[in-house]
Design a protein around this ligand. Sequence first.
Ligand SMILES: [Zn+2]
Length: 93
Amino acid sequence: MKFSPALENLIDALRCLPSVGPKSAQRMTLHLLERDREAALTLAAALREAVEKVGHCSLCRNFTELDICEICCDPRRDKTIVCRGDAGGRPGY
Ligand SMILES: [Zn+2]
């Protein structure tokens, strides 16, 4: 199946996601364009906002929109315990 350059571009872009192969990327692209353009725009805006706003806490490296995350800012928190996102848990949730 031959797609327009913009569609090919979107299919390629979606493949940066884990577990998304060429077929899944095609399916997602066609779904968004044929059935849910509104959701596609919402997705695009949310992606941009997250990428622009979210960084890492300078103390614990957790995702945060602040320099130091809310957990590290909490004075009640035991500073000797550091939650790491790569340790298998989901700190901050
Ligand atoms: Zn932190």
